[in-house]
Design a protein around this ligand. Sequence first.
Ligand code: ZN
Ligand code: ZN
Length: 141
Amino acid sequence: MITCKGACFCGTVEVETTGEPVVQGFCHCADCRAWSATPVTAFALWPAAMMKATRGEADLASFSRTEGTVRRHCVHCGGAVMTVNDGGALIDVYPPLLPGFAFRPRSHVHYGQRMVDMKDGLPKYRDLPARAGGSDEMIAE
Ligand SMILES: [Zn+2]
Ligand SMILES: [Zn+2]
C-alpha cells in the first residue's frame, strides 16, 4: 500500500497516510471557505487507523464549530492540517499537504453554497450524498 508523507506550512507537524482515502473531492461549504480562506477546498478522508501525525502532534490546536467535526491547525504557522470527522472515524488530511498523493477528486459537495463554478464534469451534490446524511440532490453544470 502506498504511504504518503506531508507537513504543515512550517514543517513542525508531519503526517503520514497509508493506502487510498475512502472518499475525495471538493467542498464548497461556507465553513470550509472561512476556515481555509479559499473559495473551495480539496478533501481526502482516511479511516483514522490509516493516518497518523508522525511528528509535532502536541503542536496541533483544535477548533470545533460543528458537532462531530474538529478542525486542527499548527500553532506555530497557523496552517490547516486536518479535520477529524464523525467523532474520529474519518480524518480529512488536506491533499495539498501530501506531495506524493495523487489527488483524484470524484465529486463536489455543498455545491449549492459555491462561490465559484467548476465545470469539470464531476458529479455535484447540492449538499451531501445520502450515505453521508445529505439530500442526494444533484446540481447540473
Ligand atoms: Zn506549522
Ligand atoms: Zn466543507
